[in-house]
Design a protein around this ligand. Structure first.
Ligand code: GTP
Ligand code: MG
Length: 204
């Protein structure tokens, strides 16, 4: 898929205030600093459409970006990081779970995981939560530039092995690097194919 336009629409912490139009939406979630915002910039070929930072906790709100005037990418705050006040130190912030449970336009979430690390409890827990709520998701391995090719394969295989201990079937997964622009086509093609399926269903 070719990106012809990518624009910021709005930020907020209330799912009820998210854009009202009914177009397909894809949301990025994962631990703080895993590279959610960087991935949005990489996918859209923009340097700073989504704000990134070396310090975790940069993205604090639900951010909508409209792509090619026809679908949304959503940048979300990270979980598992508590610079925020103690009262909001819950594992998954309520407005994030509200977003996943209530946002009807959401077609698929993408759980981002750092390819260098062993499966982390919090990520597996979030995938479990999505599964229990019937929310489709894919996995995006980030920062692939930090590993050599054989280590990439090894880490992904190990990750899949752990997933298959609790999941019957693997979700779609993608290997990416925002700095080296790896995986752009694969992720965009997946979104494009999914958008086409939705369009066909609508026309039936
Ligand atoms: P929060 O908004 O805090 O939840 O973080 P985030 O998941 O949006 O991460 P962000 O995109 O802000 O990136 C965090 C840090 O990781 C930044 O220093 C990025 O430059 C770096 N980073 C992101 N993607 C990559 C990547 O593919 N490769 C490398 N080497 N660094 C990356
Ligand atoms: Mg961010």
């Amino acid at each position: 898929m070719k990106i012809t336009s990518a624009e910021f629409v709005m930020s907020n912490s209330d799912v009820a205030k998210c854009p009202k139009n009914f177009i397909p939406e894809y949301a990025f979630i994962g631990r703080s600093n895993v590279g959610k915002s960087s991935l949005i910039n990489m996918l859209t070929n923009r340097k700073s459409l989504a704000k990134t930072s070396g310090r975790p906790g940069k993205t604090q709100l639900i951010n909508h970006f409209i792509i090619n005037n026809s679908w949304y990418l959503v940048d979300l705050p990270g979980y598992g990081y508590a610079r925020v006040s103690k009262s909001s130190k819950k594992t998954f912030q309520k407005f994030i779970t509200n977003y996943f449970e209530q946002r009807k336009q959401l077609v698929s979430g993408f759980v981002l995981v750092d390819i260098r690390h062993q499966p982390q409890h919090i990520d597996l827990e979030f995938m479990q939560y999505l599964g229990e709520n019937g929310i489709p998701f894919g996995i995006i391995f980030t920062k692939a530039d930090k590993l050599k090719p054989n280590a990439i394969t090894r880490h992904v295989d190990e990750y899949c092995k752990v997933l298959l201990e609790t999941w019957e079937k693997l979700p779609p997964y993608f290997i990416t690097s925002s700095t080296k622009k790896i995986g752009q086509e694969e992720v965009l093609n997946f979104i494009e194919a999914t958008n086409e399926e939705i369009e066909e269903l609508r026309n039936q």
